[in-house]
Design a protein around this ligand. Structure first.
Ligand code: PNS
Length: 177
């Protein structure tokens, strides 16, 4: 039996922390499906297509991966993919409560699926997509926190937003986060 895991997330955008988790998990699983949640109700900085492309590029060196988009219940998607594990990264203690709730709910919904947590590498302890977006928005140096392509895309995205509406970024800083 193949050991298949699903690595779900928003990936808005993918960070070096995500890449590190998948790199290490690739030694534990035969296949990993990296799956972006498509939630039209949630405002994101990057489109699904942009996020998918950045994920593919950033993880192209890791064997055994496929990339996909899903909506609806995660456990249903995991089952449809023939997988038995949900892969999640755990950073600081602040992640714990949310991850604990998510894992318990998923276990209640389907007891055949296990959530597997990998601790984030020390280097990526304080790396999160939202913190990175905020730092990038205000010109902070985030070059060592995201893959090179993502860095270029973040800079281009904020430049385009700034050009389209110069006041927007100063008046409503987190409107596009
Ligand atoms: O990157 P994120 O935003 O932390 O990922 C959250 C994600 C996608 C794992 C979570 O929101 C999810 O699984 N959503 C799908 C709906 C679902 O099954 N929720 C959990 C049980 S209610």
């Amino acid at each position: 039996m193949q050991r298949i895991a699903v690595y779900p997330g928003s990936f808005d955008p993918v960070t070096n922390g995500h890449v590190d988790i998948v790199q290490r998990a690739s030694k534990l699983f035969d296949r990993i499906v990296v799956a972006i949640l498509h939630n039209p109700a949630k405002k994101t900085l990057f489109t699904i297509e942009e996020r998918l492309e950045m994920l593919r590029e950033s993880m192209q060196h890791i064997p055994g991966l496929s990339f996909d988009v899903f909506n609806g219940l995660l456990v249903q998607y995991v089952q449809d993919k023939g997988a038995h594990a949900i892969l999640r990264g755990m950073r600081a203690v602040s992640d714990f409560e949310y991850e604990f709730q998510l894992a318990l709910m998923n276990r209640k919904l389907n007891r055949d699926i296990e959530t597997v947590f990998l601790m984030t590498g020390m280097r990526w302890f304080f790396t999160s997509s939202s913190i990175i977006k905020e730092a990038a928005l205000f010109g902070g140096d985030i070059t060592d926190m995201v893959p090179a392509l993502v860095y270029r895309r973040l800079v281009a995205k904020f430049e385009a937003l700034q050009k389209a509406n110069p006041l927007r970024l100063t008046n409503q800083p987190d409107d596009n986060l």
